[in-house]
Each structure stands twice: as C-alpha cells, then as structure tokens.
Design a protein around this ligand. Structure first.
Ligand SMILES: Cc1cc2nc3c(=O)[nH]c(=O)nc-3n(C[C@H](O)[C@H](O)[C@H](O)COP(=O)(O)OP(=O)(O)OC[C@H]3O[C@@H](n4cnc5c(N)ncnc54)[C@H](O)[C@@H]3O)c2cc1C
Length: 411
C-alpha cells in the first residue's frame, strides 16, 4: 500500500513532493510519483527554451490582481507561498535568479533544466519513488476508503492519499490532455468545464496574406507573416481594458501579449479594437495628417503624416474592407479603434495554457475533493486561468505547497 501517490509530475507535484521530502514524512511513509511521459515536467522544460518566467517580484496584493476573476480563489494559495517564497526556494536549490523587465523573475541562464534536475535529485535523496510511462486510465474508491489506480501499461496501485495534478490540455506532446478530467467525471462524478485555449493568439482569415495592400502600395506583395507590430494596443472587453504591447502577424492570425491579456474577453465574445498608433492621440493623428498636402492620396497622407508602418497598414486594410474615409477625423478614429475581426482563439494544443477543467465547486479550500476524502486535485487541471508571465507557475507551485502541508498534518 502506498501512503501518498502523485499522478502527474509537473509543477504542482514537484513542489508538493519537495515539501513532503523536506518535512521528513517521506522517510516514514511510502510516497510514489507516476508520470505519463518518459520524462517529467515537460511544460516547465519547454518554458525554459523561451526563458522560464517563474514569477513576478511584486507585492502579493498586486500579484493577485493578475488572476482577474480568480483572484479570490487564488488568495489562499498565494498567501501560503508567494513569489518571494518561490524565489527563496529556487535559490535554496542552488539556482540564482534575476529580474527582467516588468519585475519578471527568471533563473540565471533562463533555462529550466537545472531547476527541475535539482528538485528531482532532492526528492530522490529523500526516498520518494518516481515511475515514468505510467498513464493513469482508471480510478476507483474502495470500500475501505483507499484508492485503486490503474495505468495503461497494466500496473495497478492502492493508495491512501492521492494527489492528481495532470495539467491542462495545451501541448499534447508535453503531457496536455482532456482525458483525466473526463475520467474523474465518469468514475467519481467530479464535474468539469471543457478545456479551451488560453494564452494563445487569435485566428484571422487573412484576405490574401501576400498581396493585400498591393494596390495601395502598402506592403508591395510582401508576405506579412512573422512581421512585428510595435507601438500598438488592444482595447475593449467587459472592463474596457487598454493593453499596450507588441504583436506578431502569423499565417493563421495574430499573436502577442496584448492578445493573451484579452483572451478572456475574446472567449466571452466581447468586442475588441486595435489602436494602431498607441503613442499618438486622435487629435495628434488629425493634426499630423492635415499637415500633409491633399494632393497626396489618403494612404500617402497617413503614411507620411503619422509614419504608419506597412504591418499596421496591412491590418487597417484587412479589418476595414471599405474604402478609407475621406474625413481625416474619421480616419483618426478608425486608426485608434480598428475592430479586431477574428475567428476566435487559436488551437488549445498550441496554447501556453488552457482554461476550463475541474469545477472549483468540487473542492474545499485545501483542494481536497469534497466528496472524496484524501483525494486532492490542483494546478492547471482546475477551472481557473491567468495570463502567462509567472502567474501560472506560481499558482501551481503554491497549490502544491498547500496540499503537501495539509497532507503532512493528516499523516
Ligand atoms: C510552451 C510553454 C511555455 C510556458 N511558459 C510559462 C512561463 O514562462 N511561466 C509560467 O508561469 N507558466 C508557463 N507555462 C505554463 C506552465 O508550464 C503550466 O501552467 C504549469 O506547468 C502547469 O502545472 P501543473 O502541475 O498543473 O501541470 P503540468 O506541469 O502540465 O504537469 C502535468 C503532468 O501530468 C502528466 N500527465 C498528464 N496526464 C497524465 C495521466 N493520465 N497519468 C499520469 N500523468 C499524466 C503530464 O505528462 C505532465 O507531466 C508555459 C507552458 C507552455 C506549454
């Protein structure tokens, strides 16, 4: 019999197992971890390729705002283990950290491998067993209150306490799947909301990606995919957000932080607008265009007057199919309020995270399933979401921290 079984070896489980190891419980109790893939923590490791953004070094109250409508749910966990605690933990593991733009914290060298390796070494040296290539595909509660878990490879275990943290649905090759939440619903009646893409770009049915604007000389038939849009902003949505930042034109649509920050509004089908010239007011635009002789075409007056880049012109033509208005005030308004006509969020499999998952009403504040004593769920498999930039990992580590402390008390 196993005392504590972890299903999934990602962010939540690694922190949780570390805390159990540190407490000494792993020397008196049998603790085993089961991972579907042949290696653990693939999302953390993949994050390290672009630079592992662990957290943000800001005050907890400010940090919690990053969780939007999920801030009150997250408070319990982040208060338990906040960004300062996370930084100290990473440092204790022998990994130094540095602060990038926007108070974002990264491990030195940006890579995740030394961090993940250090945790694995620590838990192995504290008697915690790890089992790879174990895909959980069944779970039952036995009459004695224990859990019987079966794996696709034929293995079966009986465990007293089970911590399931199998993540969201993004990036199947890194472990993302829709199966576990469905299994929990089917076998234990634990309800869920379907996973949907989050922290992902939007699809746009580009009207001739290569030649759009050729007639007007805006992009000269150049393929616009991969082009960066700078000094741009998105605005709209329920709360009337205004998010400045860079975006990229892709073959399927648009990517970039402003899009991720407004994902929730896009999901809720709120109208979103592009400000193509975020560093100028509408009045400035009018004045600058009016400074250019009317002998020029309107396109040329815009280009010369406000130095609108080809990429921005491309969007203007794509999202405003009609002829440009003759009135300069109308043009200025359009440039600041261009409707983002999209086909919805891009694929879940390509998104950094997912929203949806096990409904939060199924759990108590210790993340124990209300109807199933000693069964804990947490991390991205639960129905909350947050923008990328350290918020996701910090949330998962903090939930793992709390679950471990609850389990220690009950052993
Ligand atoms: C490309 C990319 C970059 C990212 N960058 C950042 C970043 O910089 N900062 C940030 O905060 N967040 C980032 N994230 C998000 C972050 O990695 C995740 O939110 C976080 O890892 C989720 O932790 P978790 O413990 O819930 O699940 P995961 O870390 O996803 O771990 C779940 C584990 O469960 C395993 N599993 C799944 N099903 C089963 C099963 N049936 N049986 C057994 N095991 C199973 C999976 O293989 C996986 O190893 C990034 C994600 C991606 C994909």
């Amino acid at each position: 019999m196993i005392d504590v079984a972890f299903i999934g070896m990602g962010a939540l489980s690694l922190r949780s197992a570390y805390v159990l190891a540190e407490s000494g419980v792993s020397h008196t109790h049998k603790i085993c971890m089961y991972e579907a893939k042949s290696t653990p923590a693939r999302k953390i490791l993949m994050a390290g390729i672009g630079g592992l953004n662990l957290t943000k070094d800001i005050h907890t109250a400010e940090f919690l705002k990053g969780y939007g409508e999920h801030a009150s749910f997250m408070r319990t966990y982040i208060n338990e283990f906040n960004s300062q605690d996370l930084i100290s933990w990473v440092n204790e593991l022998g990994i130094s950290t540095f602060m990038g733009a926007g108070n974002k914290i990264f491990p030195k060298g940006l890579k995740a491998t030394p961090f993940v390796r250090a945790i694995l070494r620590y838990i192995a040296s504290h008697n915690i067993e790890t089992h790879y290539n174990h895909i959980m595909d069944d779970i039952q509660r036995l009459t004695n209150g224990m859990y019987k878990i079966s794996f696709k490879n034929g293995a079966e275990i009986i465990a007293k306490t089970v911590i399931i943290a199998t993540g969201g649905a993004s990036y199947e090759k890194l472990g993302g799947n829709h199966d576990v939440i469905k299994l929990l619903d089917r076998k234990l009646g634990i309800s869920y909301t379907e996973f949907q893409p989050f922290n992902v770009g939007v699809d746009v049915a580009w009207d001739n990606m290569k030649n759009n604007g050729e007639d007007h000389g805006e992009n000269h038939g150049e393929d616009m995919s991969g082009k960066h849009l700078k000094s741009i902003a998105l605005h709209g949505g329920k709360a009337g957000k205004y998010i400045k930042g860079d975006m990229v034109i892709t073959s399927y649509g648009l990517e970039g932080m402003p899009i991720y920050a407004i994902n929730q509004d896009i999901m809720n089908k709120q109208k979103v607008y592009i400000d193509l010239k975020a560093d100028l007011s509408e009045e400035d635009i009018v004045r600058k265009i009016n400074n250019i002789s009317t002998k020029n075409s309107m396109s040329n007056r815009i280009r010369k007057g406000i130095k609108l880049k080809r990429e921005a012109f491309f969007l203007l033509k794509q999202f405003h199919k009609d002829k440009l208005p003759k009135d300069v005030k109308e043009i200025a308004h359009l440039i600041k309020n261009l409707p983002l006509n999209h086909g919805g969020l891009h694929e879940t499999n390509k998104s950094i995270s997912s929203s949806g998952g096990v409904n939060l009403t199924e759990l108590n504040s210790n993340l124990e399933v209300k109807n199933y004593h000693n069964l804990y769920l947490g991390g991205e498999m639960l129905n909350w979401n947050a923008i990328t930039g350290g918020y996701l990992l910090t949330a998962c580590f903090s939930m793992g921290d709390l679950i471990a402390r609850v389990v220690i008390k009950s052993t």
